[in-house]
Design a protein around this ligand. Structure first.
Ligand SMILES: [Zn+2]
Length: 86
């Protein structure tokens, strides 16, 4: 499945691998979904302090749980595309 990124304008296959365009929210979500912080938060079922901090730094002023939900959707979309996550 291909999708067009909201702000970088690149077409990428649905996956979490670089490149990540700076300033593109979709790319930022992809980068976050491939981060160790997301992996451990997902495994533990809670937002770890480091992951929470990363979300706050990357998406300033936004609701951390709402952004996490978007990261999760991004990760699941990549999984559904049968793309290796790491
Ligand atoms: Zn992008």
């Amino acid at each position: 499945m291909n999708f067009k990124h909201e702000s970088c304008g690149y077409d990428y296959v649905d996956d979490l691998k670089p490149p990540y365009a700076s300033g593109c929210r979709t790319c930022a979500l992809r980068a976050m979904a491939s981060s160790p912080g997301y992996a451990s938060s997902n495994r533990l079922g809670l937002l770890t302090p480091a992951y929470r901090k990363a979300l706050e730094a990357t998406f300033p002023g936004e609701d951390v749980r709402a952004v996490h939900a978007q990261v999760k959707t991004t990760s699941e979309r990549a999984s559904n595309g049968k793309v290796a996550l790491l």
